[in-house]
Design a protein around this ligand. Structure first.
Ligand code: SF4
Ligand code: SF4
Length: 364
């Protein structure tokens, strides 16, 4: 198995400062990766990871990179990779401005546009800009996705987006209407005082959402963070889990860091069964490990495992009991996926070009 996605988080600076932003991005955050090093990481990943298919630019707000974003998209596109930008749409202050900005990126080779919105985002970016950007993207032939923050007590919902007159008309009448999709994303609370309710209707509760199941991101997504580490997933809690960072770029090659991730038993287990299974195993071995009942997102369980010394100790003391089972099933899954798609030698189920919601690092 080898990674299929490279995500470039060149900066955590953003034009917005959403309350529940997983990376606490804001206009006050400083620093970014210089263009020459962004291009270097893309080239190196293309040279050394033959299964790489998709390069995603997110953040922070990747459109703050200006023309450097176009250059980075062009670099990935020249190397034959699919490309995607994830943005809040602040730049689309009119239909003309949106067409001009997206036109330049399309020229550079951009294939997909992903725009986030919802209650928190709209404190900073009016929804009309999202509409301008999304219509411009689809008009120009980009696969375009609007992602709406999802929680029960949100004021702005996916139904408001679906009913928006310009979006509705474009989707129903324009020849490229099918390229513009709208979906809801689980908006995960990062602040304890904030109540974001999630219900049966949205997430098929009652008691516990069926979060069990392998993580499609870990080991598939090589994430270049603004401090120029390579991380092994695009999880919302990735910055809170030191183990998700594989090492410093520049000091180690991408190939070396990728293989460090692939050799990690825990990451293989999370890919196979998901973090809830790991947390549940830890609790069987030590009942003092709490098993949370109100999680709404698999990445929460990941942080709850990695950040709990009791859970880590329980797995460290007992992992050998299940190692053969996990590694056997891991190999079987890799082979099954390789048989399904021989070209990539065992890449997991995520199909970047068919799944515009995959790898939405940043922006919730
Ligand atoms: S579940 Fe864990 S490994 Fe998977 S994306 Fe979330 S934080 Fe990363
Ligand atoms: S969620 Fe997205 S738009 Fe909001 S602050 Fe974070 S990166 Fe910016």
């Amino acid at each position: 198995m080898q990674p299929s996605i490279l995500t470039v988080l060149a900066t955590y600076k953003c034009t917005a400062a959403c309350k529940e932003c997983c990376f606490e991005c804001s206009p006050q955050v400083q620093g970014r990766i210089p263009l020459d090093r962004i291009l270097g990481y893309i080239e190196e990943a293309c040279d050394t990871v033959p299964t790489l298919r998709l390069v995603v630019f997110s953040g922070g707000e990747c459109f703050l990179l200006g023309k450097d974003l176009d250059a980075a998209v062009a670099c990935a596109s020249r190397r034959g990779k699919l490309t995607r930008t994830v943005t809040n749409g602040y730049w689309a202050h009119s239909p003309e401005a949106a067409r001009k900005r997206i036109g330049a990126l399309k020229e550079a080779g951009l294939g997909e546009l992903n725009i986030s919105t919802g209650d928190d985002h709209q404190e900073f970016v009016p929804f009309e800009r999202v509409v301008n950007g999304a219509i411009a993207g689809a008009e120009l032939g980009l696969t375009t996705l609007i992602v709406v923050e999802g929680f029960e007590n949100s004021r702005f919902t996916i139904y408001d987006a679906l009913a928006h007159p310009r979006l509705k008309s474009f989707r129903e009448t324009h020849p490229n209407g099918h390229l513009l999709q709208i979906m809801r994303n689980i908006w995960m609370p990062f602040h304890q005082e904030r109540e974001l309710r999630h219900t049966d209707e949205i997430y098929r509760k009652p008691e516990r959402i069926p979060l069990l199941g392998g993580c499609d991101n870990v080991l598939h997504n090589m994430v270049v963070t603004p401090d120029e580490h390579l991380a092994s997933c695009c999880g919302l809690t990735m910055e809170h889990i030191p183990e998700m960072k594989l090492g410093k770029l520049g000091e180690h090659s991408i190939a070396e860091l990728v293989s460090r991730g692939l050799d990690d038993f825990l990451k293989r287990w999370i890919w196979l069964d998901g973090p809830d299974a790991v947390l549940w195993f830890a609790r069987q071995k030590d009942p003092r490990v709490p098993y949370p009942e109100k999680n709404v997102h698999p990445c929460e369980a990941c942080a709850q495992f990695y950040l709990n010394p009791l859970a880590r100790e329980a797995v460290r003391d007992h992992w050998r009991e299940i190692a053969d089972d996990v590694l056997l099933r891991y190999e079987l899954k890799v082979r099954m996926l390789a048989r399904r798609d021989p070209a990539d030698g065992g890449r997991a189920a995520a199909q970047p070009s068919a799944d515009p919601a995959a790898s939405r690092v940043g922006h919730g």
